[in-house]
Each structure stands twice: as structure tokens, then as C-alpha cells.
Design a protein around this ligand. Sequence first.
Ligand code: FES
Length: 170
Amino acid sequence: MAASATRTISFILNGEKVAAEIKPHHNLVELLQREFNLMGARESCGQGMCGCCTVLVNGAAVSGCLYLAAFVDGAEVRTVESLANPSTLDLNPVQEAFIEAGAFQCGYCTPGFVLMTTQLLDAHPDPDEDQIRHYLWSRSPRASAKTLAPRDRVPAPYRVPRSCIRHARA
Ligand code: FES
């Protein structure tokens, strides 16, 4: 097969079965943006460090900048666009908590951290500091991460108390 050959993959995207033509080098962010016009996962560092491109694949957060599109064939993919209620457009509790806590600056990385927080709370409904650090602080400290990071690791202006997590759990 030639390097530029396309193939068809199918997967569940935000609850709906979809199919797409991909090339072997396409990453997940490219697939979501080009084929489905989903812009919530954005590429920034392109090295798996910042979390801006986070997507949930089979419930696990992956870096869409490094994750080949071919890997989602047959998988369940969830993007930040799936979180709001599609009928009412009401935001989900994690999104509401980020707004309430002001847990962002420019907002570029916020969708990724909303998804990481979603994964955290799915796995640990009442997370402790170590679990929060593991899920959120393992990424490079961009604005959303700073606001959610353990208090002793960030300057006061960037702190958001654990109430952000508590609001999201409520
Ligand atoms: S753009 Fe993928 S982790 Fe930074």
C-alpha cells in the first residue's frame, strides 16, 4: 500500500456511529477538525505535553496531536463538544465548575482540561490531591492546569480552590 493511501475507519463519535477516510499520517485532531468540524481539541505543543488536544478514547484521555487517527477505528471517541446537553445546550457540571471558578485565562487549553477533569471524576468521584495531580498536573502548567493544581504549586492569582472539583461532582 502506498504511503499516501487512504483507508476508511468507523467509530463512535460523541454517541453516533461515523466513518471517515483517513491517511496513515493523520492524527486524531486533524480527523476531528477536518472531517467533523469539531474544534474543541486543538493542537498547541504537538508533543503530548500541554493537554490542549485531549480527547477521550474508550474513556481514557489521549493526546490527539500524537494519537494516530487510525487507532480510533472501532473505538468510542468523546470530545468536549459532547459534554453540553444537545437539546438544551446546558453545560455539564464540569464546564459549569470551570466557569464558576474562573479556571481559565485565554481558554485555549480549557477544553482539554475539562475532559481530563471529566476522566478524573469518572474514575475517582471524590479525588484526593495525589489523584488530581496525577490526572491534571502531569501536563505542562498552562492556565487551566494552574487553576486546578495543588495549592502549594501555583501562585495565588492562579489558584482555584478544590471547590471547582466539588462543584463538578455535585
Ligand atoms: S498539542 Fe497535544 S499535548 Fe500539546
